[in-house]
Design a protein around this ligand. Structure first.
Ligand code: ADP
Length: 195
């Protein structure tokens, strides 16, 4: 069986982080979340963290070059040799090109893209709740609006590219956490991707 090389995509508040962790755990592969990597660096006050903090807090995208280099380094680690699940990368067409080039250099490609759909008002409601629960610095009203608008203008178009390659499964992201995990698991199983 080929290693699962997956991407989960969805608007802010779609629950993609939570579902990504569940799916990766079930498949025994690591999650590579660019948002988590950036947040950990900000928290630890590393050089990278200092560089990206203002960008993230404003809801803007970190430059592609920097983000793509971080992902390449991460995917080269041993634990990603048997597959991985990307969360939050690629999120624009430039990053799709970077990832394609990297994977192609290893004779690889993404084997599945999970598109988690939730209506806009539902995701805004969930984000408002997260803002009060987690207090993320980029969950201000302004940064949320910017991130959702970048999602629509820059991230949603990457799905057209992957759709043409026939690797996208669109999953309804409304329902209980378990129900959504089951939907994703079933879609992946239909592609021959299972634990
Ligand atoms: P959300 O999906 O709620 O915006 P993430 O945790 O995925 O949260 O990302 C948080 C922030 O980290 C983004 O707003 C952006 O500033 C930065 N970031 C994450 N992934 C990328 C990426 N692929 N390219 C550029 N910036 C990124």
């Amino acid at each position: 069986m080929t290693a699962p090389r997956l991407l989960i995509v969805g608007p802010q508040g779609s629950g993609k982080g939570t579902q990504g962790v569940r799916i990766a755990e079930a498949l025994g592969i690591p999650v590579v979340s660019t948002g988590d990597v950036f947040r950990a660096n900000v928290k630890d006050g590393t050089e990278l963290g200092l560089k990206v903090k203002a960008i993230i807090d404003a809801g803007d995208l970190v430059p592609d070059e920097l983000t793509s280099a971080i992902v390449r380094d991460r995917l080269e680690q041993d634990d990603a040799a048997g597959g991985f699940l990307l969360d939050g990368y690629p999120r624009n067409l430039g990053q799709v090109g970077d990832l394609d080039a990297f994977l192609a250099s290893r004779g690889e490609a993404l084997t599945g893209v999970i598109e988690l759909s939730v209506p806009r008002d539902e995701s805004i409601q969930r984000l408002a709740l997260r803002a009060t629960e987690q207090g993320r610095a980029d969950d201000t009203e302004e940064a949320i609006a910017k991130r959702l608008s970048i999602y629509e203008s820059e991230t949603a178009p990457i799905l057209d590219v992957y759709r043409e390659r026939g690797v996208v499964d669109e999953i309804d992201g409304v329902g209980s956490l378990d129900a959504i995990t089951e939907r994703i698991t079933a879609a992946l199983a239909a592609r021959g991707i299972s634990a």
